[in-house]
Write a protein of this length. Structure first.
Length: 488
């Protein structure tokens, strides 16, 4: 038997915060090591393709800089002095600090802070169970999806759209606000199939000449935050030049005449001064989508990166309603399928223990929260203890000087559960090593497709045995998955 024939393949899902949620085939070299990671051919959305970074995931899983032991700060905050600890001692310290904080200020002084470092439902959302049980402050996730989802919901009313595999049946695919070549390769798989098989045009709208733009038949580079102006001018042209599907608008939309009136002054000339595009580019785009009924608008999270993102998303999502593209297979608009999954997470999140009186603190306001801004604390106590999972706010949250200043407070105790020594972990009091997705069980739902994929544990975490629970009586060494569930 040759080497290739012996290769075992494990099945999983990509855990990254990426709408593709690729189904994976992982080369298992032994019980501890993986080789290349491939896209699952049998999954009709993944279609055998994954992005380059996940194909080389072995580099991350087996990276020498992975955290291996619990660490307790030994020097001043943020200065890098650490001593290794047993799990038992580290977890006892965290529990003691949380209890002491709670006794001084009440339970809302503890703020579990987490996001989408893994999209596994168990490892991402299980922390909610702890916070509900203990009545710790809630976490309102506002950085990534909120503006885009709000804008989408204002128009479509539900977080769903035509099956993204329908892009392969489109005559025009508009990739707007997402650099799909780099961040969700499957969009390109289906869009380029439409181009090859049907001669479909690919339009890319973004704020810089990115890798996806280079694949476009028509690329529109506009100024940040001006998408709504472009969308309004496109709809102006659609009404003006007879491309609006008035029968569809009358049947399925609430105020088509009001919209037309509103758009009367939103000319291409008006939009050109705002967007930086030429009048000709705007007219060309409008005529293309107006004459191509099977146009699929793939609207990405770029809309969430500006303060006016909700109105921009709303405007862009309305174009497909004006053309009536929704009626045709391969046409319509899509942002996320997150609304189609009706999984009951009550047990996972401990919602029966939820106290609605407990405050929610804003994800993106962590800087003001940690530096005591009263409006961000909603009249409640200061935050004096945190458990951080699956996110790195010292790098990704706004107002980073405030964030860092907050983490350096002597009266703040911070525990970070991480895979590597991130900039946030460097500011912590206790750092706990976390498993990676191939080292624990989880389940994933696809925001950019409609699959639910199981990601079972495929390999052992490095260095010794894993604890069976992340409890006060955990093993002396090893690892904890994000919820403290068994990783063995
Ligand atoms: S394209 Fe997205 S979901 Fe697919 S492997 Fe890459 S990061 Fe993961």
């Amino acid at each position: 038997m040759n080497q290739h024939a012996k290769l075992r393949i494990g099945h999983s899902a990509c855990p990254h915060d990426c709408p593709s949620t690729c189904a994976l085939e992982v080369e298992l070299l032994d019980n501890n090591r993986i080789g290349r990671v491939h896209g699952a051919k049998a999954n009709s959305y993944t279609a055998g393709v994954v992005c380059a970074k996940v194909a080389r995931y072995a580099d991350r899983v087996h990276h020498p800089d992975r955290l291996l032991k619990p660490l307790v700060r030994s020097g001043s905050k943020g200065e890098g002095g650490w001593k290794e600890s047993s799990w038992e001692a580290a977890l006892d310290l965290v529990a003691e600090k949380f209890i002491a904080a709670e006794e001084t200020y009440g339970s809302e002084t503890v703020w579990p802070y987490f996001y989408a470092g893994t999209m596994g439902l168990v490892q991402r959302d299980g922390i909610e169970r702890l916070r509900h049980a203990k009545k710790y402050s809630g976490f309102f996730g506002s950085i990534c999806t909120n503006l885009a989802w709000t804008g989408w919901m204002m128009g479509a009313g539900a977080l769903r759209g035509p099956d993204p595999r329908e892009m392969a049946k489109s005559d025009c695919v508009v990739i707007w606000g997402t650099n799909a070549v780099v961040t969700q390769v499957n969009v390109m798989t289906h869009a380029t199939r439409a181009r090859k098989e049907r001669g479909a045009r690919i339009v890319v709208v973004d704020i810089y000449d990115n890798a996806t733009m280079k694949q476009a038949d028509l690329g529109l580079v506009l100024k940040p935050g001006t998408d709504g102006a472009l969308a309004c001018a496109v709809m102006h042209v659609l009404f003006r030049d007879g491309f609006a599907d008035r029968a569809y608008l009358e049947k399925y939309t609430d105020d088509p005449r009001g919209l037309e009136e509103h758009l009367r002054t939103r000319t291409p000339e008006w939009a050109a001064t705002i967007t930086g595009l030429t009048v000709s580019e705007i007219e060309t785009f409008a005529h293309l989508v107006g004459t191509t009924k099977k146009t699929y608008f793939r609207l990405g999270y770029g809309f969430a990166r500006q303060r006016n993102g909700s109105v921009n998303m709303h405007a862009a999502s309305c174009i497909a309603a004006v053309t009536g593209a929704w009626q045709y297979e391969g046409g319509g608009a899509f942002h996320s399928n997150s609304g189609i999954f009706k999984l009951n997470q009550d047990v996972l999140e401990g919602t029966a223990m939820r106290d609605p009186k407990v405050r929610y603190l804003d994800h993106s306001r962590i800087g003001p929260v940690l530096t005591g801004a009263e409006d961000s604390l909603y009249g409640g106590p200061p935050v004096t203890a945190m458990l951080i999972q699956n996110t790195n706010p010292a790098n990704v949250a706004p107002e980073q000087r405030l964030v860092r200043k907050g983490f350096l407070r002597e009266d703040l105790f911070t525990c970070v559960h991480e895979q590597f020594m991130t900039d946030t972990a460097k500011l912590a009091d206790v750092v706990l090593p976390a498993t990676m997705f191939l080292e624990h069980d989880d389940i994933y739902k696809g925001g950019g497709n409609q699959h639910i994929t199981l990601g079972p544990k495929l390999i052992e975490p490095p260095e010794g045995r894993a604890p069976t629970t992340m409890s006060m009586r955990s093993s002396e060494s090893g690892w904890a998955s994000a919820t403290g569930r068994a990783s063995a």
